[in-house]
Ligand binder design. Structure first.
Ligand code: ATP
Ligand code: MG
Length: 647
């Protein structure tokens, strides 16, 4: 086992903290003992048109699963993100936009945001988009993506964002699944100096999407595109001609706000549906407390709006709180791998929130690109998307954060709408690799395979026993799948699909997907621990571990290893790494097969797809299942060619 160092809350984080250690304990206790009282109070953080009198109405029992929060209240999400701030902070910057090229940027105030969103809302209405209609947003990371989300919210349309890196087929599937009426896109996107043919892809997708009657096109590059008269509308022309005043639609708390498909790490993506009231309360509250957000902070989440992190922590959470949120069009290594830190210096970013995949990739390039920048403005760092290996955590803390900045390792899912398990920067001592403690109102439970709750320090399957307002309400158009996926494995509980360990201090450690658990001679092992041991070796950049059939052990450990830039893959190093894991964890964890992998199969959001690696390790690569969410299919061919376990 690794030695676990604990990092106490730094003094200055304590001083400015919205929540202190004692307050965390006290509020958490109240939130679970009296959830109705607790959430009745928290609901007031929003402006309601008609206030709610009912708080929570939830049933986790199949076949009657139903989740409602604040169900008799009405409100509008765009009003909460824009209108209510105008009197006090109309001239404050709402969105800092940093383009793909370092010379390209913009600042949008709350007044300007109101103007843009009002105009686009009117354009959409003129095209016949009504409350309840679905609208697909297929955009680069430009402010218009946020305007589009908020315009949908304003008129009561349900947005479904499809990540701009997805293919025409993936786009078509998602449009068809929710029968979108409109697509909002751009002529082309730009990322890392390369153009992405968004309009071409849209045209291709729409060949099989009869539900779409209009396409709004933002001119991002001015590149050559085809035009369908009567269907396609230029964003710039239409919004210029439209009025900026658009009265907001009065929405019930339980009216849908958006549909979003999960990353597809474990199989076919699910159309996760979130509603208005509970989601907004939860996004706003978690943004405020997890990032200890104060007026005047410059806050940057590097996610894409195509993922849930972009929804809750670039747009809805920060804007509901009247924050300044930074939106980045580019990638971490363009023009060079110092870009993130240059942007931090340029815009004086205080809070920086990214994913382990980005941290590991940058770590591979060494410290130089980081230490050549100041980063003095940084106060808090965050991580989300996968377990962060302690090694990567330490690098993030020491090199990026100069040992000053706390790190919030936030565990959550598209399904949860917001962060569920996380440290709070002014309240929680940190342990590298642990997502720490539950957020207010969140009741995690670790159960064995029969669903029996396990107490104290233990390891098993992670469930949540009580609802929280940000929880998804259904799989769009398939409530049966919703109940099957999340509520049928363990009766009366929300099952996350993740494995988890709880230590003697009550800290939670996500060990990986339950489907990926490896069983070696009767010992169950999460993937995260073995991977972290490999990554802790100074020549290893990234690792993925899966189980493969083994004559004696039942399952053996198959490790895919990516080396640091410039390191030579040799048989000697292979042996050294196997010994290394043996020493770090124990003989039971030593890999039976080790394959050099210049790249690993990842989802477009950067998560390792172990499902595919398992097939290769099992020598069953003929049927890899759904690979449509794979970022770079070429990686897979190389892995197949060099597999170690040929039968
Ligand atoms: P699909 O459900 O389609 O397979 P996905 O699970 O990758 O895709 P997301 O909702 O984007 O889709 O990801 C949520 C998952 O990401 C969690 O269930 C967990 O496995 C992982 N995760 C997110 N944040 C963390 C974290 N801080 N620590 C460990 N794991 C995390
Ligand atoms: Mg998932």
């Amino acid at each position: 086992m690794f030695e676990v160092h604990t990092f106490p809350v730094p003094e200055d984080a304590k001083e400015r903290a919205l929540v202190t250690k004692d307050q965390y304990q006290e509020w958490y206790k109240k939130s679970v003992e009296d959830p109705e009282g607790f959430w009745a109070e928290q609901g007031k953080r929003l402006d309601w048109i008609k206030p709610y009198s009912k708080i929570k109405n939830v049933n986790f029992m199949v076949p009657d699963v139903s989740i409602k929060w604040f169900e008799d209240g009405t409100l509008n999400a765009s009003v909460n993100c824009i209108d209510r701030h105008l009197a006090k902070r109309g001239d404050q910057v709402a969105i800092i936009w940093e383009g793909d090229e370092p010379t390209d940027d913009a600042k949008i105030t709350y007044n300007e945001l109101a103007d843009h969103v009002g105009r686009l809302s009117n354009v959409m209405k003129a095209q016949g988009v009504k409350k309840g209609d679905r609208v697909c947003i297929y955009m680069p990371m430009i402010p218009e993506a946020a305007y589009a989300m908020l315009a949908c919210a304003r008129i009561g349309a349900v947005h479904s964002i499809v990540f701009g890196g997805f293919s025409p087929d993936s786009l078509a599937n998602r449009i068809q699944d929710s029968e979108c009426k409109m697509v909002i896109t751009a002529d082309e996107g730009v990322r890392g100096g390369r153009k992405i043919p968004l309009k071409v892809n849209t045209d291709k997708a729409l060949e099989t999407c009869p539900s779409v009657t209009s396409v709004v096109v933002v001119k991002r590059t001015g590149g050559d595109i085809e035009w369908v008269d009567g269907r396609d509308i230029w964003y710039e022309e239409a919004t210029e001609a439209a009025s900026p005043d658009c009265p907001p639609e009065e929405m019930n708390a339980e009216d849908p706000l958006f549909i979003l498909y999960t990353s597809g790490s474990t199989g076919q993506p699910k159309g996760v549906l979130h509603t208005t009231g509970g989601y907004m309360v939860y996004a706003s509250m978690t943004h405020q407390y997890v990032f200890d957000y104060h007026d005047g902070d410059i806050y940057w989440c590097t996610a894409d709006v195509g993922w849930v992190t972009g929804h809750s922590y670039i747009v809805y959470g920060p804007l509901a709180n009247g924050a300044t949120t930074l939106m980045f069009e580019g990638v971490p290594n363009y023009p060079d791998s110092s870009r993130f830190w240059q942007v931090c210096d340029k815009h004086q970013v205080n809070t920086f929130y990214t994913a382990p995949t980005a941290i590991r990739a940058l770590m591979r390039e060494g410290n130089g690109p980081v230490t050549s920048t100041s980063r003095k403005s940084l106060r808090l760092l965050g991580s989300v998307g996968e377990p962060i290996n302690p090694e990567a955590w330490m690098w993030y803390h020491e090199v990026v954060g100069d040992k000053r900045c706390p790190i919030v390792d936030t565990w959550w899912q598209t399904e949860t709408g917001g962060i569920l398990i996380t440290p709070l920067p002014g309240a929680t001592d940190l342990k590298p690799g642990s997502a720490a403690l539950p957020f207010f109102g969140v009741q995690p439970q670790i159960v064995d395979n029969e669903g029996e709750p396990l107490e104290g320090a233990t390891e098993g399957n992670l469930c949540i026993t009580e609802s929280w307002p940000g929880q998804m309400r259904t799989v769009y158009g398939d409530h049966e799948r919703f109940m099957q996926t999340y509520f049928s494995t363990y009766k009366g509980k929300y099952f996350t699909g993740d494995g988890c360990r709880r230590d003697e201090d009550g800290y939670y450690w996500i060990t990986g997907r339950v489907d990926d658990v490896i069983n070696v001679s009767g010992h169950r092992m999460g993937t995260a621990e073995v991977e972290s041991a490999l990554v802790a070796h100074d020549k290893v950049a990234e690792a993925a571990v899966v189980g493969a059939p083994h004559d004696i052990k039942g399952q053996g450990i198959y490790a895919y290893v990516t080396l640091n830039a410039g390191v030579e893959p040799t048989d000697e190093l292979k042996k050294e790494l196997v010994q290394w894991v043996r020493k770090e964890i124990g003989p039971i964890a030593s890999p039976d097969w080790l394959q050099w992998s210049p790249g690993l199969p990842k989802t477009r959001s950067g998560k390792i797809m172990r499902r595919i690696l398992r097939k290769i390790a099992e020598d069953e690569f003929g049927n890899l299942g759904d690979t449509s969410t794979l970022a770079d299919p070429g990686v897979v061919d190389d892995l197949i060619d060099n597999r170690q376990n040929r039968t």
